[in-house]
Ligand binder design. Structure first.
Ligand SMILES: *[C@@H]1O[C@H](CO)[C@@H](O)[C@H](O)[C@H]1NC(C)=O
Ligand SMILES: *[C@@H]1O[C@H](CO)[C@@H](O)[C@H](O)[C@H]1NC(C)=O
Ligand SMILES: *[C@@H]1O[C@H](CO)[C@@H](O)[C@H](O)[C@H]1NC(C)=O
Ligand SMILES: [Zn+2]
Ligand SMILES: [Zn+2]
Length: 421
């Protein structure tokens, strides 16, 4: 069997998407301890470490230094490189599609739908990239503190102000070292859009992912239909039923068909590219839909992972205020300090580690519950002043995530209709 350019394209795409899949999703808890998780450790930690070691003995580490600064540039600097790469790939694919597949698509409905759907990724890329993701400035930080109350678990009122921006850090905000600003409801910095994904552009970012998914799924369907029609035309002009159904014979026919003309080779390549990239986009979208359903951002999901880890290791405690009673709580709410705010479920004030759970789990008896988790997985296990340590937190379900409004649609409100200052 002869290896043609097409085989190399297929091999490259298969290997590339496998690696991307492993690197992107291997660290998800679902893959912990599975072959995907292990493959990620191998690809992400073990092989790079070995390569660096080899490089050190041969060139004194010059290649790994250059790679590192190049990688740092790609990941940590604001530049349009990745976005331009994306736009180039998409544009080239679309040009080939219109050059070689379009004339074989006769159905007027498809002909009507294709141009606007093909245009959408550009539109949403533009919106995601050029919408302010929610830059926090001294003039609107107080409004953001109002919109996002502290939960006293993963965000607490006595967090120090941002060292760069010198503004207080509202809950769910995060300083982006690439954009050099604090961003409200920061999800992550995305190199594809050369912007942060935050409070005001998360919806456009989701639309961008969905528009890519549509282009890939629809493209994969259309290219396959075109090829299939050509296949029938070449081999079964009288209809498929009249032919013997030997799978292997069919396979050879397909291979012949793909190589029979230039346009079939192009359309096959488009079909394979879109079909292989599609699962990655679906997985990425599924991850974000899950995050929205759970009421977390990408970064908070990691923080909750740390809380869960601390609970499993018996490191998280419940503290109780000796003098607590329900009435007292009401008055304290009313006179609570300025940086505090109320939420539907409880009261967050400028004291560390206070959580009032309204979901009827911990604190059901009207107790005020105090939990200490300090930033980035650092647990503060010292008992707060005037508090009595009562028991260990039994499980993650006992703690409520006040940013999860519950239900199927409630969390979508803040995603689709962010409040403006
Ligand atoms: C805060 O104000 C700045 C400057 O006016 C604006 O660009 C930004 O979008 C505002 N941020 C939020 C979170 O409202
Ligand atoms: C989440 O934020 C912490 C602290 O800012 C950072 O160390 C971590 O890498 C972030 N994780 C992700 C997935 O962005
Ligand atoms: C832990 O909590 C105590 C009491 O609230 C506080 O004094 C101390 O500074 C905290 N430690 C850290 C590392 O934040
Ligand atoms: Zn900042
Ligand atoms: Zn950013």
């Amino acid at each position: 069997m002869q290896f043609t350019a097409l085989h190399y394209v297929v091999a490259f795409i298969v290997i590339f998407s496998t690696i991307v899949f492993i690197v992107l999703f291997g660290r998800l808890p679902a893959f912990k301890g599975t072959i995907v998780g292990k493959a990620r450790t191998l690809l992400w930690h073990w092989i790079p470490a070995k390569l660096v070691a080899i490089d050190k003995t041969i060139t004194g580490g010059r290649i790994s230094d250059a790679t590192r600064s190049c990688g740092n540039y790609l990941i940590n600097d604001k530049h349009w490189g990745v976005a331009i790469f994306y736009v180039t790939i998409l544009t080239v694919a679309l040009i080939f599609f219109f050059k070689d597949a379009w004339r074989h698509i006769m159905n007027p409905i498809h002909r009507l739908l294709i141009p606007p759907l093909a245009f959408q990724p550009y539109f949403y890329l533009y919106l995601s990239a050029f919408t302010d993701p929610g830059t926090i400035t001294p003039s609107n930080v107080s409004r953001m503190l109002e919109i996002f109350p502290y939960d006293d678990i993963i965000f607490y009122p006595d967090m120090p102000p941002c060292r760069t921006c010198h503004t207080p850090k509202p809950a769910r905000s995060k300083h982006c070292s690439v954009c050099k600003h604090c961003i409200a409801r920061m999800d992550h910095h995305c190199a594809w859009i050369n912007n942060c994904v935050g409070y005001y552009n998360y919806r456009f970012f989701l639309a961008f992912i969905v528009s890519n998914l549509i282009v890939l799924a629809y493209g994969s369907y259309l290219t396959f239909s075109v090829l299939y029609k050509e296949y029938m035309r070449q081999y079964f002009p009288e209809g498929y039923d009249s032919a013997p159904k030997y799978y292997w014979a069919d396979y050879i026919k397909w291979m012949k068909l793909i190589h029979s003309q230039n346009w079939t080779a192009t359309v096959s390549s488009l079909f394979m590219i879109s079909t292989l990239v599609l699962p990655l986009v679906i997985a990425f979208l599924a991850q974000h839909l899950l995050f929205i359903h759970q009421g977390v951002t990408t970064n908070e999901s990691e923080k909750w992972g740390e809380v869960e880890w601390a609970i499993k290791n018996g490191m998280l405690y419940i503290y109780e205020d000796g003098q607590f009673n329900a009435e007292n709580d009401m008055t304290e709410t009313a006179t609570g300090s300025g940086s505090g705010s109320e939420s539907e479920y409880g009261v967050a004030r400028s004291r560390p580690g206070i959580l009032t759970n309204g979901k009827g789990k911990l604190g059901k008896s009207g107790r005020r519950v105090h939990i200490h988790v300090y930033g980035d997985g650092e647990m503060n296990r010292s008992v707060p002043h005037g508090m009595v340590q009562t028991e260990k937190v039994p499980d993650l379900d006992s703690i409520c995530n006040i940013y999860d409004k519950g239900g199927i649609f409630q969390n979508w409100e803040e995603v689709l209709f962010p409040k403006y200052t």
